[in-house]
Design a protein around this ligand. Structure first.
Ligand code: COA
Length: 385
């Protein structure tokens, strides 16, 4: 297997409710920026991460559509769907294609156009990523599923609503320093606790929003990377794992088994442990998921995620800065694009290009991208070269 590097990245200027832009506009904008950033004159192959273009926009078969609009047809293009983990899974497939020697220049893009439908349709489209027969069919939405996980975490470990809110306050603070972020405003623990209750104990400010956006990266063999880019970033590990979709089929409501399994493989592949990670982008679709993930990725002990977050250990100047981009909570969560954008944040941090949210001396970062309530997790570890 060859080593693989990221040599170019691109996103839209700002994520959010982008009514003036269609799915294809969003994707082509991000992909062209990545191609331009890498300085390549062609790509060999493309992966498009997109969860539910059919339910959100009526459009399927988006891989060919986007290859055509990007002007790269007839190269092979494939859509990757694993709910909110589509981006992480696409990145792994792009990595495998370059690592195997099958292609030299691969574009991995992610896109979701979510705001052309109303809130109830968006909730139903997202609910298709749960075990539909057992969960969505019986009326449970994603905020409902994560609320059950939060209640159980509170019951088992004494986690408090204030500790959940601390993750949101931190991520909103980081998002004020990220021009791409959908919500660039400071909030406090009180603002979170006084915001409208969505599914007890989760308030609206515990939830990631509905977002339009796209993100893209260009991959190439690490030994060719410096031809294109003076500061490429190596993909030191790429791992994906799955778990039972339905919450009731899990051994525990408070352990995200797919995250643990993918992280274990990724740490082994990179030859490092959680203590050697300088920053992490984790899938904070709800505040409780960030609390569980800092535990399951090994940054703190099981049950201590709330306390760890409240102590400031995951702040920009903390022991392990988490979600320096603002995370899904503040940057936004256009589901298919999220996993790709996480890699872009770590790429920028490792190149020292993260502006006011820069983590000093960052050399190695981890991205964790999750589908549904944990049915899929993708973990990537990126390193300076
Ligand atoms: N955080 C902060 N503000 C939010 C927000 C969020 N998560 N969601 C909406 N808002 C704001 C909107 O910008 C709007 O502000 P405005 O009045 O100033 O324009 C206001 O709240 C109302 O927005 P609206 O879209 O009507 O909210 P909603 O009640 O329809 O949706 C949620 C709120 C939380 C239900 C929705 O964002 C949601 O479903 N989030 C979870 C998404 C999800 O499940 N993703 C997959 C994860 S696995």
């Amino acid at each position: 297997m060859r080593e693989v590097a990221i040599i170019g990245v691109g996103m839209n200027d700002r994520w959010g409710e982008l009514w003036e832009k269609s799915l294809r506009d969003l994707y082509v904008e991000a992909a062209l920026r990545a191609i331009d950033d890498a300085g390549v004159d062609h790509i060999d192959s493309m992966y498009v991460a997109c969860m539910s273009s059919g339910l959100f926009t009526g459009q399927e078969h988006v891989s060919s559509l986007l290859a055509d609009y990007l002007g790269v047809a007839p190269i092979p293009a494939v859509r990757v769907e694993s709910a909110c983990a589509s981006g992480g899974n696409a990145l792994r497939l792009g990595w495998l294609e370059v690592a195997s020697g099958a292609s030299d220049l691969v574009l991995v893009g992610g896109v979701e156009k979510m705001t052309d439908v109303d809130g109830s349709q968006a909730t139903l489209a997202l609910a298709a990523a749960s075990d539909f027969e057992w969960e969505a069919f019986n009326g449970v939405t994603f905020p409902g599923l994560y609320a059950m996980m939060a209640r159980r975490h509170m019951h088992e470990f004494g986690t408090t609503p204030e500790q959940l809110a601390a993750a949101s306050v931190k991520n909103h603070h980081n998002g004020t320093m990220n021009p791409v972020a959908q919500f660039q405003m400071e909030i406090t623990v009180e603002t979170v606790l006084n915001s409208v209750l969505v599914a007890d104990p989760l308030h609206i400010l515990d939830c990631s929003p509905v977002t339009d956006g796209a993100a893209a990266v260009i991959l190439c063999p690490a030994d060719q990377a410096k031809k294109f880019n003076s500061q490429p970033v190596k993909i030191a590990a790429s791992a994906v794992a799955t778990d039972a979709m339905a919450l009731h089929s899990r051994e525990s409501l408070v352990t995200i088994g797919s995250a643990k399994a993918a992280a274990e493989k990724a740490y082994k592949q990179a030859g490092v442990g959680p203590g050697e990670i300088d920053l992490a982008e984790v899938h904070d679709c709800f505040t409780i998921s960030e609390i569980c993930l800092v535990e399951d990725l090994g940054f703190t002990e099981k049950g201590k995620g709330g306390e760890f977050t409240e102590s400031g250990a995951t702040a920009l100047d903390g022991r392990i800065p988490v979600n320096t981009s603002g995370g899904l909570k503040s940057k936004g969560h256009p589901v298919g694009a999220t996993g790709v954008a996480q890699a872009i944040e770590v790429y920028k941090q490792l190149r020292g290009e993260a502006g006011k949210r820069q983590v000093k001396g960052a050399k190695r970062g981890l991205c964790h991208n999750m589908g549904g309530s944990g049915g899929t997790s993708a973990v990537h570890i990126l390193e300076v070269m």
